[in-house]
Design a protein around this ligand. Structure first.
Ligand code: NAD
Ligand code: LMR
Length: 330
């Protein structure tokens, strides 16, 4: 392996998502077969023993790309020199809860981790998975002044993957045919999965599924409430699909997005895109330049229907920001 190692911190390493995520990162799937991966696992002290078990299994896989595993119960040491910080560790919701019911328990975690990233890492990209992920990313970003704001993102790729899978099933086509399905706004039941600008092959999605009624009804609610449906069915929140979408998120940012295409991620709003207030961590259609830079895709046409949905999810994010305002250091 000729390349420089990539150092990846995963928080909540002993949790459900951690158990699916770590093996795929270690396998070389994300950073390539010629890039050594050094894993830094962060857990609460009570879960360090379980993280050690996961580390034993990682070793037992014999991945040639996995060159180091360290386990920490301290964010400063866990984040030392990392290139990617996958911030998963936090409490999941239970049945009957909305994701933002977790703000008071989970928000403070991202103050401490933002500050630790500030001290320990400079060339880092932080991806927040722990819910409510947009607002937790906002908290981490505000507490990490030394790292550029555009290095922080929150994951809405799972919502994009869910939306594509639902449309593909309805249209009777392969999921690979569905593209440019942007999730706008919050990873919550106010998100807007933009079926109006998405394509099924060369057709509009509306044409592919035979009309708009299903898209505005069962599809919309199905995507918005899929996380809750999984909790109701499994008794636990999504894990393997969340980990897989986190892998997709990192890969999409690393690879150049093909011309005319986009993917979904929640990033800091620049204040000049689609009327979303500056600084909110908002899911937009994104195009990666493949060199570490990305842009919010401009010029996507929004109908009055879409505009209304985007305004609703913006309002919810502003309300969440208000709730955590004491946790925002800048
Ligand atoms: P889990 O309870 O199985 O695991 C969470 C782990 O985090 C536990 O091992 C716990 O000890 C650890 N942890 C808690 N606080 C920590 C801290 N301060 N530092 C380090 N580790 C800490 O939960 P899970 O199913 O893996 O889910 C984790 C989070 O991801 C939840 O908030 C869940 O809601 C969220 N999630 C987000 C998405 C998304 O699409 N954005 C999808 C699925 C789950
Ligand atoms: C999901 O979308 O599956 C996760 O955010 C977990 C949840 O609470 O819904």
């Amino acid at each position: 392996m000729s390349k420089k190692p990539v150092r990846v911190a995963v928080t909540g390493a002993a949790g459900q998502i951690g158990y699916s995520l770590l093996f795929r990162i270690a396998s070389g799937e994300v950073f390539g077969a010629d890039t050594p991966v050094e894993l830094s696992l962060l857990e609460l002290p009570a879960a360090v023993k379980a993280a050690e078990g996961t580390a034993m299994e990682l070793e037992d896989c014999g991945f040639p790309t996995l060159t180091k595993i360290n386990i920490h119960d301290n964010a400063d040491s866990a984040f030392e020199g990392v290139n990617w910080a996958l911030l998963v560790g936090s409490k999941p919701r239970g049945p009957g809860m909305e994701r933002n019911d977790l703000i008071r328990d989970n928000g403070p975690i991202f103050v401490g981790q933002g500050k630790a990233l500030n001290r320990a890492a400079s060339d880092v990209r932080a991806v927040v998975v722990g819910n409510p992920c947009n607002t937790n990313a906002l908290i981490a970003m505000h507490n990490c002044r030394e790292v550029p704001a555009n290095r922080f993102s929150a994951m809405t790729m799972l919502d994009e993957n869910r939306a594509k899978a639902m449309i593909a099933k309805k249209a009777g086509v392969g999921v690979g045919e569905i593209h440019n399905l942007a999730i706008w706004g919050n990873h919550s039941s106010s998100m807007f999965p933009d079926f109006e600008n998405a394509k099924a092959g060369s057709k509009t999605v509306e044409a592919a599924v035979g009309g708009r009624a299903w898209l505005e009804g069962d599809f919309m609610v199905g995507v918005q409430k899929r996380g809750a449906a999984i909790i109701a069915a499994r008794g636990k929140s999504s894990a393997a699909s969340a980990a897989s979408s986190c892998i997709d998120h990192v890969k999409r940012f690393m690879e150049k997005t093909p011309a005319g295409h986009w993917f979904s991620a929640a990033v800091p709003s620049d204040g000049n895109s689609y009327g979303v207030p500056a600084g909110l961590i908002f899911s937009f259609p994104i195009r990666s330049h493949g060199d570490g830079k990305y842009e919010i895709v401009q010029g996507v046409k929004l109908s009055d229907y879409a505009r209304k949905k985007i305004d609703e999810t913006t309002k919810e994010l502003l309300e969440e920001r208000e709730v955590v305002k004491e946790l925002l250091a800048r």
